[in-house]
Design a protein around this ligand. Sequence first.
Ligand SMILES: Nc1nc2c(ncn2[C@@H]2O[C@H](COP(=O)(O)OP(=O)(O)O)[C@@H](O)[C@H]2O)c(=O)[nH]1
Ligand SMILES: [Mg+2]
Length: 256
Amino acid sequence: MVRRPRGTERNAVNESNMPTALVIIPTYNECDNISLIVPEVLKQDPILHVLVVDDNSPDGTGDIVAGMQGENARIHLIRRERKMGLGTAYVAGFKYAVENHFDYVFEMDADFSHDPAAIPKFLELMKDYDLVLGSRYVKGVNVINWPLRRLLLSYFANKYTKVVTGLPVQDATGGFKCFRIDVLKTLNLENVHSNGYAFQIEMSFKAWKKGFRIIELPILFVDRRVGVSKMSRAIVREAVTMVWKLRLRAILGLLK
Ligand SMILES: Nc1nc2c(ncn2[C@@H]2O[C@H](COP(=O)(O)OP(=O)(O)O)[C@@H](O)[C@H]2O)c(=O)[nH]1
Ligand SMILES: [Mg+2]
């Protein structure tokens, strides 16, 4: 028998064979956003659950989520001892999704840059695709409130990624996306090592090389209103070299 995720046991509320979806939100110091974003996500569809992966945020984000869990079985929490980066936070979340038999798995930021209202559009596309990428650059540029420097960096990073890797998407570095669980089961998560933008590129590149069906969904990206960005130069440097590593490994047949 298939074990259902906690809170989705077949009962009066969920007696159908509906798929279940886990929205993974990694957090580091998001105390002003987290209690608002979680209910905003959950109200989009009854099949949705949220998993917060918190890295012992000094501002108490983890405790806020723990408090919210008491009222709602659709809220899940992984607490890690220290700040270990976005990539490993997602990998921990992906493993949790596989272990708990979710069908679809989202990546999403806590800071409202990604509009929860777009989630139903992702779910609709999941009927026909294995990976849906929220894309800021499908039709022109859909980014609001980013400083020009940051926008240019992101835009040209994506042009560069496309040329080096051949991955046929306009926005490979975005962090609002949805995977069919089969993709996560197929990719060897132990071999995903990158952490920042490179992590986003690596996951999509590997899914593409495995022949999974990928589509871009145009989204509007709005810069965070509260809290601070964790973007750093190291994250950019990692991405610059990672795209070459991916290309070389693919050519040499070493992509795992
Ligand atoms: N668990 C965890 N979450 C992180 C870490 N770094 C960033 N995040 C979260 O990842 C999301 C995106 O980070 P953000 O700082 O907004 O990056 P930006 O949008 O590129 O400026 C936010 O929800 C952050 O709280 C980390 O080291 N660990
Ligand atoms: Mg952000």
